[in-house]
Design a protein around this ligand. Structure first.
Ligand code: GLC
Ligand code: CA
Length: 561
């Protein structure tokens, strides 16, 4: 079936975590003017769309994912005039901007919540989820995503409110039509301003099972809320309503953060009829289901090629012609991909970063690049909990190291070094100067010490760098319809080291092979293949094998009758 064309299917998106991108005024915190200054850099890279992590007013319990005013800019990031200049500047350079829409919850400092908590008969009471205590304790055993109970007792009325994330992020009650209207109104306000779409935070969690049953408990203390909070049927109703009321009336793109989503549900969220969202982020390939008795999700296990491949191939093939994919392997909640799936040693870092990029960017879907990924930025060591800034890490450390004493501090910090979110939040490495060119002051979170080696200035000057490789990958997507619209066909699905696939559109056949191994790997896919090499991270090739972390893409044009 012919795929319907759309600008967002042909686009490459770049995610900016504003706090860590560029600081224009020396206070150590990235800001909007910092982003505006670097728009030409993004243009050079070739990206089409910028996704801005939240820039709204916020007390910053979760770095802006706790919003206290949806129509104001966070003081540290600048003013609404700065935002308007950024938006206009991006548009002038032919780039669009999509906003993070965080509406599963607000900050507890949002006026809606301030009113809601005042009394049980406040006009805003039902904007949030309030329950009476059960036997003098929390209404159920759910554990929040950020450790501890998902319920917080509020002194004013002696009732509990639900917070799937931190206690400063109370969940909105989407079953209340007034909440939905208020959200649509706010979205409309931003659309009128001329923004180009939304990335919808935690959108798979907006509906909760009204029975609020206990979840299965692995540790005998807290229970798993997954079946009662994620991907419930009402979410689709709400999204269709949102689509009718707002989304369908503007030429915008939408991507939902759909934690725990399975393909069946994604086929509804991202259906090609366009009644809900354009695409969703699924997390099967980046979140490990392995759990540790001592510290829950905090483990050092890294998924292997066969695991990642099985998942991504399944998503590629089962959505074909029915739903559009979002392609990513890095974001602000994940460790750096080169450290996790590639090899961040000096010898292999650049090669393996390019290999991973090839693997993802040649697939079918809209690719997302997370700031610094295009430089091959890496994880860093976390020597002490005092260096960590992430509320998720800090809460987990308190729960497992300090309260339960089920894991040592050193082991926990090692887990943070492997999978902690702060790895993605170290400042963008612009140059080798003091502050890495990120700030003239003291950065809010410590730099990765390797900025003297790995930085944008150096990579832009080196045609062989990871940066220029990403630029070329993006260029291929822009110039070859097969990269955007070609059908995906998995190859070598049992190979222990090689991720290979084909993309096919009319007479164009593009063959992709990527070795995830630091040793040579047998591979005869390219032997005798007549075609044009589109890109490779090696200058020369060997018959019958791929070199360590080699990636190669060949295009054959088969004459059509
Ligand atoms: C999403 C965001 C994450 C945030 C959480 C709560 O998962 O990506 O950064 O902490 O939602 O808003
Ligand atoms: Ca600043």
């Amino acid at each position: 079936m012919e795929e319907r064309r759309a600008w967002w299917k042909e686009a490459v998106v770049y995610q900016i975590y504003p706090r860590s991108f560029a600081d224009s005024n020396g206070d150590g915190i990235g800001d909007l003017n910092g982003i505006t200054e670097h728009l030409p850099y993004l243009r050079t890279l070739g990206i089409d769309v910028i996704w801005l992590s939240p820039v709204y007013r916020s007390p910053n319990d979760d770095n802006g994912y706790d919003i206290s005013d949806y129509r104001e800019i966070m003081d540290e990031f600048g003013t609404m005039e700065d935002f308007d200049r950024l938006l206009a500047g991006a548009h002038e350079l032919g780039m669009r901007i999509i906003m993070d829409l965080v509406v599963n919850h607000t900050s507890d400092e949002h006026p809606w919540f301030v009113e809601s908590r005042k009394s049980a008969d406040s006009a805003f009471r039902d904007f949030y989820i309030w329950r009476e205590p059960a036997d003098g304790r929390a209404p159920n055993n759910w554990e929040s995503c950020f450790s501890g109970s998902a319920w917080e007792l509020d002194e004013a009325t002696g009732m509990y409110y639900l917070h799937c994330f931190s206690r400063k992020q109370p969940d909105l009650n989407w079953a209340n039509p007034e909440v939905r209207e208020a959200v649509y109104d706010m979205m409309e306000w931003w659309c009128r301003k001329g923004i180009d779409g939304f990335r919808m935070d935690a959108i798979s969690m907006i509906s909760k099972d009204p029975e609020y049953p206990d979840g299965i408990s692995a540790d005998g203390i807290y229970g798993d809320m997954t079946p009662y909070v994620y991907n419930r049927p009402e979410v689709h109703e709400y999204l269709r309503e949102m689509n009718r009321r707002v989304l369908s009336r503007y030429d915008i793109m939408t991507v939902g953060e759909a934690a725990r989503v399975k393909i069946d549900d994604a086929l509804r969220y991202a259906n090609s009829g366009g009644t809900e969202l354009d695409m969703v982020f699924q997390f099967e390939h980046v979140k490990s289901r392995v759990r540790d008795r001592r510290a829950g999700k905090w483990i050092t296990y890294a998924p292997t090629l066969p695991e990642v491949r099985e998942i991504l191939n399944r998503w590629q093939t089962e959505t074909e012609g029915k739903a559009w994919n979002a392609l990513f392997i890095d974001n602000h909640d994940l460790p750096r991909c080169v450290s996790r799936y590639g090899n961040d040693s000096e010898k292999w870092r650049a090669l393996s970063a390019k290999m991973l990029a090839t693997c993802i960017h040649m697939m079918k879907g809209t690719p997302y690049i997370y700031q610094g990924e295009e430089l091959g930025m890496t994880n860093r060591d976390w020597g002490s909990i005092d260096d960590c800034r992430d509320v998720e890490e800090i809460n987990a450390y308190r729960q497992y190291v300090e309260e339960r004493r089920s894991i040592s501090s050193a082991e926990m910090l090692k887990c943070f070094g492997e999978i902690g979110r702060d790895n993605a939040r170290t400042p963008m490495q612009w140059n080798a100067g003091p502050g890495a060119g990120f700030t003239e002051g003291t950065p809010w979170i410590g730099l990765n010490p390797n900025y003297t080696e790995i930085n944008a200035e150096r990579e832009m000057a080196d045609p062989d760098s990871v940066f220029h490789y990403y630029r070329r990958l993006i260029g291929l997507r822009h110039s070859l319809p097969v990269v955007v619209y070609g059908r995906f066909e998995a190859l070598l699905t049992d190979d222990p080291c090689v991720y290979a696939y084909r993309r096919i559109l009319d007479g164009s056949v593009m063959t992709v092979a990527c070795s995830w191994s630091e040793n040579p790997a047998a591979c005869t896919l390219f032997d005798g293949l007549e075609g044009r090499e589109l890109i490779s991270n090696y200058g020369s090739h060997l018959p019958g094998k791929l070199q360590p972390y080699e990636a190669r893409v060949i295009l054959e044009e088969i004459p059509q009758r």
